[in-house]
Design a protein around this ligand. Structure first.
Ligand SMILES: [Zn+2]
Length: 64
């Protein structure tokens, strides 16, 4: 497992909403596409990034 790092999101350093820690583990995340394809909602079918706080484990997800 890699070491936690600091990340910049929208030109701001990401800080945990729960504890204020700035070290995170990053993961690629995918929404379940099948439902969105069925509903023909393309804009929500993109992949995203999840950042899990190294300190408390709170998970922050971003879909851009
Ligand atoms: Zn935290």
């Amino acid at each position: 497992m890699s070491n936690p790092e600091t990340y910049i999101v929208n030109e701001k350093e990401l800080k945990c909403l729960n504890c204020g820690e700035n070290l995170f583990y990053a993961h690629d995340v995918k929404l379940n596409k099948s439902l969105f394809v069925f509903l023909d909602i393309e804009m929500f079918s993109k992949g995203g990034k999840a950042f899990v706080c190294d300190n408390c484990g709170y998970k922050h997800e971003f879909y851009t």
